[in-house]
Ligand binder design. Structure first.
Ligand SMILES: C[S@@+](CC[C@H](N)C(=O)[O-])C[C@H]1O[C@@H](n2cnc3c(N)ncnc32)[C@H](O)[C@@H]1O
Length: 283
């Protein structure tokens, strides 16, 4: 059905029922439908209109009830189906027409998901907005691989970074990355595939040991998941050899060596730090 037909139908219904619309920004997690929240599943059963991103997995989309109007608004590097302004406009129009609108997003809407901008835009226009959190890629994928992000004795903090320099600019990104080079911090880098060579170089230049364990994960938690384990100095080469593509999440830190897959990965010995950690865990 075309958007204008839906708007017409919704306006008629609103006039009859007097219902105001609402927008739900819903996180769907990294891809495995088992990681959806109950709230997300309930809303997927009742929504009038669903706007969804590229990162929302097909397995999740098929759980949406058949009567909902589906609108794809995904963005991909060099290929934008809709601009962010157009997405704002659509959300606004559907909600004003009285619809219950689901804005489905991969992971969590408020972690590198532009959920905050959409909520702000809609609230400024008097539209009722709710956020339903999702499992962000860092949590879902680290759990899948068996990487405890803040394992006691190995990491005192975890930092989520974007590898994308779109908003901050390259210099600011470099500065953030360099400031994150801390052995006691697990780094999780979103959207870092394109800038991986410079990210790795910055981290090593800023003092992160070259043999720090790392993992790059494409389509984590889905049946298409692919994982590359490597030490920091080899990460770029190994990722290129494997031909990983977006979406890929990068995790760097001693905790990566606790993943069962690390042990199995060809050519990965253990770093000094990880050896000490394993000794402590085993002891
Ligand atoms: C625009 S950000 C969205 C993040 C999302 N809001 C979240 O909380 O996970 C997109 C990036 O998230 C990461 N990502 C999200 N889902 C992923 C998955 N299933 N596997 C690997 N990386 C993923 C990738 O780094 C991807 O480039």
């Amino acid at each position: 059905m075309h958007e204008s037909d839906v708007l017409h139908r919704l306006s008629k219904r609103q006039v009859e029922a007097g219902d105001p619309g609402a927008v739900y920004l819903v996180g769907t997690g990294p891809g495995d439908p088992g990681l959806l929240t109950l709230r997300a599943a309930q809303l997927m059963n009742t929504a009038d209109v669903v706007l969804y991103d590229r990162l929302v997995s097909p397995d999740i989309l098929q759980l949406i009830h058949g009567g909902a109007m589906m609108v794809y608004v995904g963005k991909q590097k060099g290929f934008h189906t809709r601009t962010q302004d157009e997405i704002h406009g659509l959300l606004c129009r559907f909600a004003h027409a009285g619809a219950t609108v689901l804005r489905l997003k991969g992971g969590d809407p408020y972690i590198f998901g532009r959920g905050g901008e959409e909520a702000q835009y809609l609230r400024e226009r008097g539209i009722d907005v709710h956020c339903v959190p999702g499992i962000t890629a860092a949590s879902g994928i680290s759990a899948e691989l068996g990487i405890p992000l803040t394992h006691r004795g190995l990491a005192t903090s975890v930092r989520f970074l974007t590898g994308h320099a779109r908003e901050s600019g390259e210099d600011a990104l470099d500065a953030t990355v360099a400031a994150s080079a801390d052995r006691d911090t697990t780094l999780v880098i979103y959207m870092g595939l394109g800038t991986l060579p410079s990210l790795v170089a910055q981290l090593m230049r800023a003092g992160l040991p070259r043999d720090t364990p790392a993992a790059a994960v494409e389509r984590g938690t889905t049946p298409q998941q692919r994982v590359v384990y490597a030490r920091l100095q080899d990460l770029e080469r190994r990722v290129a050899e494997a031909g990983l593509r977006s979406p890929t999440l990068i995790m760097i830190g001693e905790v990566v060596a606790l993943a069962p897959g690390w042990w199995l990965a060809e050519g990965c010995g253990l770093s000094e730090g990880a050896c000490r950690a394993v000794e402590r865990v085993v002891a």
